[in-house]
Ligand binder design. Sequence first.
Ligand SMILES: NC(=O)c1ccc[n+]([C@@H]2O[C@H](COP(=O)([O-])OP(=O)(O)OC[C@H]3O[C@@H](n4cnc5c(N)ncnc54)[C@H](OP(=O)(O)O)[C@@H]3O)[C@@H](O)[C@H]2O)c1
Length: 293
Amino acid sequence: MRIGVAGIGKMGAAIAARLIEVGHQVAVWNRTPGKAKAVAGARLAASPFELTQRADVIISSLTDAAALDAVYKGPEGLLSSSVAGKLFIDMSTVLPATEVALAEAVRAKGGAFVECPVGGSTGPARQGKLIGLVGGDANDVARAKPVIEQLCRRFEHAGPVGSGAVLKFAVNLPLMVYWQALGEALALTRRLPVAPERLMDLLSDTSGAATIAKVRAPGVAAMLKGGDPGPVTFNVDGGIKDMKAMVAEAKSRGVTLPVLEQTLACYEETKRHRSGAAEISTVSAYWADRGKQ
Ligand SMILES: NC(=O)c1ccc[n+]([C@@H]2O[C@H](COP(=O)([O-])OP(=O)(O)OC[C@H]3O[C@@H](n4cnc5c(N)ncnc54)[C@H](OP(=O)(O)O)[C@@H]3O)[C@@H](O)[C@H]2O)c1
């Protein structure tokens, strides 16, 4: 199949590489062209418009609503000509209303649209083991399913467009709280005579841990000793962006999220003292030693 990937960030790069590996003809476009060039085996498109011309299915994985707007609706955007017969799958984490508006814009140009925000990071994306949280009309979803299933180990059709975005918030909310909770647990243990590696190995092996903890435990242990966490797959800024979207969505639904709101403030403090570009588990390391800073 001819597939285009718009947005060759951390996730887009892994998604494109996976699709090439399973035999698709993949074209890529990224605002910063150097990153797109790094995807071995992909054809480079000079603009989002050209990407649409070269593909039947176009996947986007972009930071936020502003990025989606620029890439879909800009002068040389994905939708700058008729897209009749083409299927768009957006895998970004954004507000449900953003996905609904995007779906309307795609349909107005004659295309089909499915949202598929994902659970899992770059490793699962590269291995086709993401969790796909799908929203869309049944026919469009059926069309998207074979491609999504090559990227995802689990496929959940949540309902119409916007439903996948809500499920994605439900997946991410406890995870955002987890990194903060881990930091607080570590703060309690800092005077114990247990090596950081052993402590993280223990904590990540218990029912109090998030699934990702095992993968990130060595990086957190390294940070507790003043070292580097290793490759950044999701950063503090990404967490803050997602939590702000969750708070906004909750407000529009008349729901309060007291723990998440406090967690957001804790991440913002981490960003001020460390960096928004830092690996997300930096939140745990920062709060573990906050008393000492
Ligand atoms: N990383 C994860 O573990 C993970 C997991 C699940 C879901 N997600 C979601 O997946 C999406 C992508 O995440 P990521 O980690 O791959 O982020 P990333 O590495 O920061 O990449 C973001 C992408 O968006 C592009 N972009 C941002 N603003 C733009 C604009 N105004 N115009 C055009 N392009 C723009 C960037 O282009 P440039 O390269 O030019 O900056 C880049 O291609 C986000 O919505 C994120 O929340 C991430």
